[in-house]
Structures are given as structure tokens and as C-alpha cells.
Design a protein around this ligand. Structure first.
Ligand code: NAP
Length: 255
């Protein structure tokens, strides 16, 4: 009797590095990748990886955890090179990110630079370090977590919007270079997801109602809603998908 062909969505035998994996969207993506068969390296700033690591292990994944402050440039640059020398990473998910809210005219230097440092500079360095090794091996998948604010201006979050527009552009730029070398670089643009990032929005009744009113799906996303897109973009099913920014937004952009 012949065995069933492997699913094109299977991540069996793949090793995925997920940043910001202790909470929210990163946690859900990590567990989605594990459910599809991947082993994991989970990276976080705070020591909060125990529960997600345990859940991924119970799904059968081998899991390594790594604590690293991605805002600390010298520490980050050394640690990323060491980590990628020690592990042949097949899938990189650049999920870690932060947001700061204030009117642009009063926006502080710290709120500008802190956000760009993690959301853009750290993401680029991770892409560069992982991508170089993936190009050498002739295969790999990079998934950057972009945003609706990769397409739109947003309100009161200028550094976040600038970082996420830049991340979408970086995704396309790297895809242009690496598509012919067996490396896929794509992004996911989540809509409005109920996580710590959006706690301030959700606690503002007027803004919260305004946002919900324009989501065709009629609800905010749960982090788990984003995981399937990451599994797809990490899998052989996406071998011919390059430089795409995949909206997972309940129809927000279609409105
Ligand atoms: P979250 O739960 O706050 O996740 C953010 C993650 O980034 C946390 O795990 C955090 O780790 C990590 N992080 C932040 N600064 C870091 C640093 N200096 N070093 C290492 N890790 C750091 O919120 P989330 O909504 O899931 O956000 C995940 C990604 O989705 C972000 O890139 C965000 O911009 C993006 N996104 C979110 C939404 C949404 O509606 N929620 C929509 C579009 C895009 P620690 O907790 O350890 O600091």
C-alpha cells in the first residue's frame, strides 16, 4: 500500500526561529508552526517562554528558548550571529515589535528611536543574518510581521507606522534579491488583534467602536487567526510566493 504524499503545508523537519514568542501573535504563530511539524527556537525579551515552550513540546516540537533584548544593538548583533551559527534555521519569523502612542508634534526622541530600533533595525539584522545562511544553503523562508499601518497612516503612532511601512518595503527588497536563491521573503499584515499592542485602543470606547465598525468580519482578530498565514508562508506550499504582504484583517483593507 502506498503512503499518502506529504502535505505541502507540512513543516516536518524544519527549524523555525520566532521572535517575541512569549505572548500574543508570536506565541500563536509558534504554536501553529509546531502543530504543522516544526521544531522551534523561541526568542523573547522577558522570561515568559515557559508556558509556550511547554505547549509546543507537548505538540511534539523540540524547543530551544533564548532571552535577548532586541533593543540592545551590540548584544543583539553578537547573540544573533551566535544563535544562527549554532542552529540551521529554516524559517525566521520576525514578530517582535512595540508601539508608542503620542501626537506627532509632541513625539519624544525615545518614542521614535525605541520603536524603529526593534521593529526595523533588529528585524533587518535578523533577516540579513538568517538570509545570508539560507542563501548559502539554497533554501529558507522569512516571514515578517507587518501591519495595517504598512498601508495606512494610523493615528498617534508615527514611529510605528514608519517602521511597518519600512518593513513591508524591506520584505519586497529582500525578496527581489533572494527569490532566485531559494529563499522566500514575505510578510503578514495582521488587522486589529486583541493583544497587549492594542490594549490602549480597546480600552478607549470611542476608538474601539470605530475600529470594530469598519471590520467586515465584525470582530477583532484573536492571535490564533494569524497563525495559519504564517504556516502557509513558512511551508513548501508558498515556494513561489515572494515579496507578498498578506493581510489577515477580517476584510479591513477591502472596506
Ligand atoms: P505583544 O503580545 O505585545 O507582542 C510583542 C512581542 O514583541 C512580545 O513578545 C515582546 O516580548 C516582543 N518584544 C518587544 N520588544 C522587544 C525587545 N526589545 N526584545 C525582544 N522582544 C521584544 O503584541 P502583539 O500584538 O502580539 O505584537 C506582535 C507583532 O504583531 C508586533 O510586531 C506588532 O507590531 C504586530 N502587530 C500587531 C497587531 C495587533 O493588532 N495586535 C496588528 C498588526 C501587527 P516581551 O513581552 O518579552 O517584551
Amino acid at each position: 500500500m502506498s503512503s499518502a504524499p506529504a502535505s505541502p503545508f507540512s513543516l516536518d523537519g524544519r527549524l523555525a526561529l520566532v521572535t517575541g514568542a512569549g505572548s500574543g501573535i508570536g506565541r500563536a504563530i509558534a504554536l501553529g508552526l509546531a502543530a504543522a511539524g516544526a521544531d522551534l527556537i523561541l526568542l523573547s525579551e522577558r522570561d515568559n517562554l515557559g508556558p509556550v515552550a511547554a505547549e509546543a513540546r507537548s505538540a511534539g516540537a523540540a524547543v530551544t528558548t533564548e532571552l535577548l533584548d532586541l533593543a540592545d544593538r551590540p548584544a543583539r548583533q553578537a547573540a544573533v550571529e551566535d544563535l544562527l551559527d549554532a542552529h540551521a534555521v529554516d524559517v525566521l519569523v520576525n514578530n517582535a515589535g512595540l508601539i508608542r502612542r503620542a501626537p506627532a508634534a509632541e513625539f519624544s526622541d525615545a518614542d521614535w528611536y525605541d520603536v524603529i530600533e526593534v521593529n526595523l533595525h533588529a528585524a533587518f539584522e535578523l533577516c540579513r543574518a538568517a538570509g545570508r545562511r539560507m542563501v548559502d544553503r539554497g533554501s529558507g523562508k522569512i516571514v515578517n510581521v507587518a501591519s495595517m499601518l504598512s498601508f495606512q497612516g494610523g493615528l498617534l503612532v508615527p514611529s510605528y507606522t514608519a517602521s511597518k511601512h519600512a518593513l513591508a518595503g524591506l520584505t519586497r527588497a529582500l525578496a527581489n534579491e533572494w527569490a532566485a536563491r531559494g529563499v522566500n521573503v514575505n510578510a503578514i499584515a495582521p488587522g486589529y488583534v486583541a493583544t497587549a499592542t492594542t490594549a490602549a485602543l480597546r480600552s478607549d470606547p470611542a476608538r474601539s467602536a470605530e475600529i470594530l465598525d469598519r471590520i467586515p468580519a465584525g470582530r477583532w482578530a484573536d492571535p490564533e487567526d494569524v497563525a495559519g498565514a504564517a504556516v502557509f508562508l513558512a511551508s513548501p506550499a508558498a515556494d513561489y510566493v515572494h515579496g507578498h504582504v498578506l493581510a489577515v484583517d477580517g476584510g479591513w483593507l477591502a472596506r
